[in-house]
Design a protein around this ligand. Sequence first.
Ligand code: ZN
Ligand code: ZN
Length: 351
Amino acid sequence: MHISDKDSISKVQNLLDEIYSSANSRISAEDILLRLSENLALTFDVLGHNRDSENLFAKALSWLFAYCRVLDVDLQDTVIERYPNVCPHCILNPCQCNLTNKLPYGSTIPLYQRNSELAQHAMVLRNAINLNKNGIFSLDDASDMLDSIYPNNGSIFMINPYFFSAKLSRESGKIINSFRKFRSSSDSSSSPYIRKQIEKDIADVFAWTIGFWRLRIIDTGNTSIQIEFVKRYQTGCPYCNAIPCACPEEKRLGHRAELKVLKTEKEISELVTLLKSKLESINNEINSIPELDHERQIRLEQIDISDKGSVLGFLDKAAEITKKTKSTTKNVDSILLNISKIYEWVERTFM
Ligand SMILES: [Zn+2]
Ligand SMILES: [Zn+2]
């Protein structure tokens, strides 16, 4: 099965199950939550220099899908229940929580009726999806709906972009908290209530992640989170291109790895090839600055690729040489930024 830009959230969830359910069955629910939390935090990178990292959001959401799988939660249903085209607190679209203090609007809806009111809205939304969209509710449909409920997010983001990362961080804490409650009371009478709480928390993480992603598109003009998914998973696992994922443990590069710290180039040749190409690109970039002609003192062939100290020494030297230029061109900044990124990567990856 493959996903297209028109598929429903449920179908995306099924596809990710096909790719990862076997690989992830070896990972505990706790570890899946750790990955989710890790990847949600990494989306904050888009606020810094790493602004092109669109796929951070697809990655974070795919861990949310994985969490849904272990708890047997249908993400699409859960989102529709929690955000049935209205804000779950004030029951309005657009949200007026700033006027109602997060209480249901008007004097006619008491708090205890909020859930039944929301259930009514969910029924209306489901009918509309069946009637107008052939039952399909895509990630983009969810994104548009959330945007219509919370149209002020754009202005809040302009004033304080960090507000959303703080919110997402809080939601990440809540989802962990409800899981711990669930785990410690799974056979008591409170468990259906806690399960409901988990579903709410899942929907909230989804809404804030999509909301944060959507604010990023103010800059990039790319308006489809679904297309990010299609691009990332169109051939199956983005690393091994297979359905189900057939990645051997030691080839799981990047953030999704059980971080395996590497000592020598024999341990994983692919990673060393990647390191070599990164160093080469630095060298080429430096050599492309004409005024540094007389300063070309670094020689790629002189570094010992299996020695972390030697690699970091090369990067130090490269930074030093680049900084010496009087030029204030963007080119120099981008070389320095690249050096610092590679430095951090080498420090984290190689022992
Ligand atoms: Zn509201
Ligand atoms: Zn794979």
